[in-house]
Design a protein around this ligand. Structure first.
Ligand code: FAD
Ligand code: N01
Length: 555
């Protein structure tokens, strides 16, 4: 393909470089898949590039036992096609990973997506060629692609992180990371298994591993708050009621909620109820299961004293469930407000510690010294292990983007621009990086919300933007640096009104040594955020520079 040809588009002669694609999407999880579908409907020359051998993103990679969603499946699913949401049947309240992956595959089949996805291909570099106004991408398959627009659908939780523990390479047993689980599954029967990490992944996997392994040793650095899922087979009447009102319910979730999920959000502050009423309310929601508990009162994430009432309730539940008081005490979180780290949802997590074959090790009291050829050495004991499972999480939100060696105008790297933390305009675009969009990028509600909704909102906005550019013959769009500064300031200001910054969470980058401590998602809620994005578009893409570059082909 020539980069300097003359092209005839809609009867207009345009001199200048022609990209191989109008749009290249990196990633084929739920974000990349929907973006591909919509870009094709616009008639654009588009392809997606995906490291994995198939679609699904996190649901492709996270095949560990117990992996499932914790937003109800009737809500954690695409809403863009009424036919799709009517025809699909979820077998459980919270679907397990295999079913979610089957759903992703069904979507790929239904909309014939795979023909425009290059699988088993990683993008290793993305460079903006200013003279040509094109993005040049390099892949690990030795290909070089050019595209007018580059859309990063690389995921917030796609860059699995294994801590570089001394001696790890010498371990003679097997190691696994929950986010890169073998496709063929793992049989732990008869084994002594260690798990490092007690976040959402660890909490889901631990009960399943305990049921299979001969012995399970859980290495916990920080306990997390977890709520019972009360997962169950899908209730037929419930599903029918949802499907009868899907469009209305989806619209309400989109426009009127903070999280993009229809929870039963109380209109009361915690201290507006008596202690007895509060307890009853917590009990009712605990019995109902899931994250609805966090909506018992409307100030739990703003008011420390209100938050403590919920945290105390959960700590009491842990103590009531776990038989050994010293183990219960270790499992009860005390160092962060409930909800300030991503709340976990489990099935039988705390009760698992009543099993004879499960040991909890407190890494605060005796930190890991090294991995040895036969196990794990803490400051006070050696644990003999056949397998070691890392449930140690991700370099979240920025990791996958920074790994790609992105350079924008003037050859400036994204890593340099983000040295002190990510800076974006609306979480969608970055000053200095024209014609690049980030789906669920830092600075957008993303991980604080129903992510499929966050994805759909971003894709719809980007597609409207691309249509606008096409109609206006505009070749380049770039976030304005001042608009970006104002947005970053707003994101920080909103976060500071909440209890989120009080935790050492991955939201804050605190799980990766050396990563800047910045609260990365936007905590202002999906409804107000959507309104802001729509206003920006309605005002002719306020805060963006739009340019028609006569020497270059428009879309
Ligand atoms: P991903 O699914 O992460 O997909 C990104 C894709 O990009 C990946 O397939 C990756 O291989 C590919 N990629 C990345 N870099 C490159 C590169 N350089 N070159 C080529 N390909 C690349 N959210 C919820 O709202 N509710 C839930 O209940 C929920 N449960 C979750 C459970 C687990 C176990 C995990 C890990 C996350 C969960 N999430 C949940 C969050 C989840 O990240 C989102 O819901 C959603 O699946 C993200 O989709 P995505 O397409 O944006 O990203
Ligand atoms: O990762 P995490 P995750 N030594 O970062 C520990 C989504 N998700 O994969 O807290 C010892 O939360 C670390 O300890 P500490 C969801 O958004 C959703 O579990 O840093 N321990 C922590 O306990 C979630 O939030 C579902 O002290 C080390 C754990 O590893 C996100 O993905 C299911 C360590 C990591 O917890 C990430 O969850 C699964 C070290 N060197 C995932 N390094 C649903 O159900 C790390 N740890 C929806």
């Amino acid at each position: 393909m020539s980069n300097s040809v003359t092209k005839c588009l809609e009867g207009v002669q345009i001199a200048g470089p022609t990209p191989g694609f109008d749009v290249v999407i990196v990633g084929a999880g739920f974000a990349g898949m929907y973006m591909l579908h919509r870009a094709r409907l616009l008639g654009l020359r588009v392809c997606a590039i995906e490291k994995a051998t198939d679609v699904g993103g996190v649901w492709y990679w996270n095949r560990y036992p117990g992996a499932r969603c914790d937003v109800e499946s009737l809500q954690y699913s695409y809403s863009f096609s009424e036919e799709l949401q009517q025809e699909w049947h979820w077998s459980e309240r919270f679907a397990a990973q295999p079913e979610i992956l089957t759903y992703a595959s069904h979507v790929a089949d239904r909309f014939d997506l795979r023909r425009d996805i290059r699988f088993s291909t990683g993008v290793t570099e993305a460079h903006y060629d200013e003279a040509a106004a094109l993005w040049q991408l390099q892949t690990d398959q030795g290909e070089s692609l050019t595209t007018r627009f580059c859309i990063m659908a690389t995921g917030c939780l796609s860059n699995a992180r294994t801590p570089p523990l001394p001696g790890l390479d010498d371990f003679t047993g097997k190691t696994y990371h929950t986010g890169e689980w073998p496709h063929e599954g793992v049989d732990f029967s008869g084994q002594r298994v260690g798990v490092i990490g007690t976040g959402s992944s660890g909490l889901q996997a631990i009960p399943m591993l305990a049921a299979q392994a001969k012995e399970l040793v859980v290495f916990q650095r920080t306990p997390n708050f977890s709520l019972p899922a009360r997962n169950a087979p899908m209730d037929e009447a419930y599903e029918k009621a949802w499907k009868a009102q899907y469009p209305q319910k989806r619209q309400k979730a989109r426009e009127e909620t903070l999280s993009g999920v229809l929870y039963d959000r109380s209109s009361l502050k915690a201290h507006e109820s008596s202690a007895e009423d509060r307890q009853n309310e917590y009990e009712r929601r605990w019995a109902g299961g899931g994250i609805n508990f966090m909506h018992s009162f409307n100030d739990l994430m703003q008011n420390m004293s209100s938050n403590e009432t919920a945290a105390d309730f959960v700590r009491a539940k842990i103590r009531a469930t776990v038989h050994k008081p010293e183990v219960a005490d270790l499992l009860a979180p005390k160092d962060h407000p409930i909800g300030s780290k991503r709340i976990c949802v489990d099935s039988n997590y705390y009760a698992t510690y009543n099993r004879e074959n499960v040991t909890l090790v407190d890494l605060r009291a005796a930190p890991i010294v090294s991995i040895t050829p036969t196990g794990l050495q803490t400051a006070d004991q050696h644990y003999q292990l056949d397998s070691l499972v890392f449930a140690t999480g991700y370099d979240a939100m920025t990791g996958a983007l920074l790994k790609m060696n992105i350079t924008g105008r003037h050859g400036k790297s994204l890593a340099d621009c983000w040295q002190e933390g990510p800076r974006t305009y609306l979480g969608l675009a970055i000053a200095g990086f024209p014609n690049m969009f980030t789906i669920t990028g830092p600075g957008s509600p993303s991980v604080l919300s129903n992510m499929i909704f966050a994805i759909e909102q971003h894709v719809d906005w980007i597609v409207d933007c691309l249509s606008h550019l096409r109609v206006q013959n505009i070749t380049s769009i770039e976030a304005d640096a001042q608009a970006q500064d104002a947005w970053v300031e707003h994101v920080n200001h909103v976060a500071d009104q909440t209890l989120f910054p009080l935790a050492n969470s991955w939201y804050m980058g605190a799980n990766v040594p050396g990563k800047p401590r910045v609260f990365m998602p936007y905590a202002g809620g999906v409804g107000p955020y959507r309104q802001k994005c729509d206003d920006v578009a309605a005002k002719g893409y306020e805060g963006f520079h739009l340019q028609a570059l006569p020497a270059h082909a428009p879309l």
